[in-house]
Design a protein around this ligand. Structure first.
Ligand code: ADP
Length: 191
């Protein structure tokens, strides 16, 4: 099983590209953002609590997403690996993921990082608000906060992974197809 992180700031295209990569390479796509939104849609107690945090653009507690991921990775058959999208988002989550994988004789194989500049991110998220209906895409102040939280809490994972030789930057600007080709070229060397 190959374990790939798709990494990058909010609006960098992780979700869009993950769906395509998962299909092409037979990977299980695990998006903590999607899992959290499913909790909210189902009206669970957890969903209600997390919704308030997410609508401000803050991160939900590490334990919540770590448990969600742990619940998904056992008993998976017929897949070539996992594609982690929007997780890990803190160094603590990264350490927890490494441990989870190590305990199962696996490891993180690569961190594919989509590089997109700030103005392009804001432009994309505002455009996405129309389609996604996501409250965290609607408010420019929340968008800026999500990007700040990314820089402060999530970006340090890059150094952590770079030291382990896992960091693979990818130009995230261009057409969806072009970016998909760039990512596919790297994934095809891993699976
Ligand atoms: P985006 O890629 O646009 O940032 P996501 O769907 O990945 O969107 O995440 C939406 C929100 O869900 C985040 O802003 C955060 O509040 C919460 N979230 C998702 N994944 C995590 C995570 N791994 N750790 C903490 N919070 C998370």
């Amino acid at each position: 099983m190959v374990n790939i992180l798709i990494f990058g700031p909010p609006g960098s295209g992780k979700g869009t590209q993950s769906v395509r990569l998962a299909e092409k390479f037979n990977l299980l796509h695990l998006s903590t953002g999607d899992m959290l939104r499913a909790e909210i849609a189902a009206g669970t107690e957890l969903g209600k609590k997390m919704s308030a945090i997410m609508s401000k653009g803050e991160l939900v507690p590490d334990e919540v997403v770590i448990e969600m991921i742990a619940a998904k990775i056992d008993g998976v058959k017929d897949k070539s690996g996992f594609l982690f999208d929007g997780f890990p988002r803190t160094v603590a989550q990264t350490v927890a993921l490494e441990k989870m994988l190590n305990d199962r004789n696996m490891k993180i194989n690569s961190m594919l990082t989509l590089d997109v500049d700030h103005d392009e991110l804001v432009k994309r998220l505002i455009a996405r608000a129309e389609l996604s209906g996501r409250p965290d895409d609607k408010d420019p102040a929340v968008i800026e906060n999500r990007i700040d939280v990314y820089r402060e809490k999530t970006e340090p994972i890059i150094d952590f992974c770079r030291q382990k030789g896992l960091y693979q930057p990818v130009n995230g600007v261009g057409s969806i197809d072009d970016i998909f080709d760039r990512l596919s070229a790297l994934v095809s060397e891993l699976v």
